[in-house]
Design a protein around this ligand. Structure first.
Ligand code: DGY
Length: 423
């Protein structure tokens, strides 16, 4: 069987750079924020020590203001665009200037809980999560201070790369309002490693680059960027991940006797959960985000509206989300497509406009199980392992055929397989 622990471990070992892992060589030769935090969950099956190191390395590069960057450029490489020369963030080790979904609190709690069986693992988990706790708390505080500066209860992303779902249909309208004239000419490198038909378009890249240059002109001052960005979007998935991480961090803090930190994070989670509820969209039976620059609702049937299952949403909403996923399972051979196959904008092979990703499968499965929706959760696990059997450890997969897409030998895909096989 190709969906074996041995094969998954081999992918992690190939991409291990000692104190961090790269998502895959060539296409992504540095450390990525949410890749690393989710990869730590798989690494824990090899070595608890190595798993903690993965997250600690990322947090060594936290900014003084609390932001944890999307990319840490540990070593030079010319196989990726945009590199440190474009970002110019002026950090001791170069980093990009934006952030990514806040899965660290979620990952740390999972490592912490799983370490409870063995005395030595538990002692290590206590020491190492205690040190991380304050750094993750500072990141959460950064989000609410800088990405919800007007106190609405939900945070905005300022760049599609922050969502992790770079070219989702969700951003199409907001991205159309980003100017692209005057950008410095550049050459993409992603299309050297992956089929251009599976990647974002050149027009999208122009807007991605314009935003980077705009923020660079503002000196990467996070107290200015939110109000100055033409792209500021409130995404339900991004917020739900932050909510879950605040709640999970609070649970670990509670276990370690860190009462103030626990209270603060629990309060953030509750306040955002209340605000998230207003994003429920009755006719599409999912959450929908909005463009904070214009106030417009984002009418799109993407996985971003289903991922809030990860947070403690009301049971009726969880059941509706399970129903939406089951309905896609009637249409498609594999679950869970990143965009509804029957909806406008769906593209079966293009990155986040349709293909299946194992990390979103894992996050959704986790949420469904928490909500007691075990049937659909089980189906997602089966689908995930079937995809590996059929096509190996790819970056993402075509929902009908299960064909491998994007980069190969992909770290977080392997980490999620380990999660699915070791519970
Ligand atoms: C990329 O460069 O494609 C990445 O998704 C950015 O995080």
């Amino acid at each position: 069987s190709s969906a074996s622990l041995e094969n998954a471990f081999a992918v992690l070992r190939e991409n291990d750079r000692g104190t961090y892992t790269v998502p895959t060589k060539g296409l992504y030769p540095f450390q990525w924020n949410w890749d690393s935090c989710l990869t730590a969950l798989g690494l824990a099956a090899i070595s608890q020590d190595r798993a903690w190191t993965e997250i600690e390395t990322l947090f060594e590069h936290q900014w003084p203001d609390g932001m944890v960057p999307q990319i840490v450029f540990h070593v030079p490489s010319d196989t990726y665009f945009p590199g440190p020369d474009i970002w110019q963030t002026n950090r001791p080790t170069p980093t990009s200037g934006i952030t990514q979904p806040a899965v660290a609190g979620f990952a740390v709690r999972r490592l912490f809980d799983r370490a409870q069986d063995r005395h030595t693992d538990r002692a290590m988990a206590e020491t190492r999560s205690r040190a991380l706790l304050h750094k993750i708390d500072a990141w959460h505080a950064w989000f609410y201070r800088n990405r919800d500066p007007h106190g609405e209860g939900l945070v905005a992303i300022l760049h599609p790369w922050e969502a992790g779902r770079d070219n989702s249909v969700d951003w199409d309208e907001a991205l159309a309002q980003v100017p692209t004239s005057g950008i410095t000419p550049y050459r993409r490198r992603d299309t050297d490693h992956a089929n251009p038909a599976h990647r974002p378009t050149d027009a999208q890249y122009d807007a991605f680059v314009w935003l980077v240059e705009h923020f660079r002109r503002l000196g990467w001052d996070n107290s200015l960027l939110h109000d100055a960005s033409p792209f500021r979007v409130v995404d339900p998935a991004f917020n739900a991940i932050l909510i879950r991480s605040c709640a999970d961090l609070a649970a670990v803090a509670e276990a370690l006797g860190e009462k103030t930190l626990a209270q603060r994070n629990r309060a953030w989670a509750q306040r955002s959960l209340d605000a998230l509820d207003a994003l429920w969209h009755v006719s599409s039976q999912r959450y929908q985000g909005f463009n904070r620059a214009t106030g417009e609702r984002i009418d799109s049937r993407s996985i971003g509206g289903l991922l809030p299952i990860l947070a403690a949403i009301p049971p009726a909403r969880a059941a509706a989300i399970a129903g939406q996923i089951a309905a896609m399972g009637e249409q498609m051979h594999f679950l869970v497509p990143s965009h509804d196959p029957g909806a406008p904008g769906y593209e079966a092979q293009r990155y986040w406009r349709g293909p299946i990703w194992l990390i979103t499968n894992f996050l959704i499965e986790n949420g469904l199980r928490q909500a007691g929706q075990t049937e659909v959760a089980d189906r997602i696990v089966r689908s995930s392992l079937d995809l590996i059997e059929k096509s190996g450890f790819a970056e993402y997969y075509e929902p009908q055929t299960g064909a491998a897409l994007g980069g190969g030998r992909f770290t977080w895909t392997a980490a999620m397989v380990i999660e699915f096989l070791t519970r």
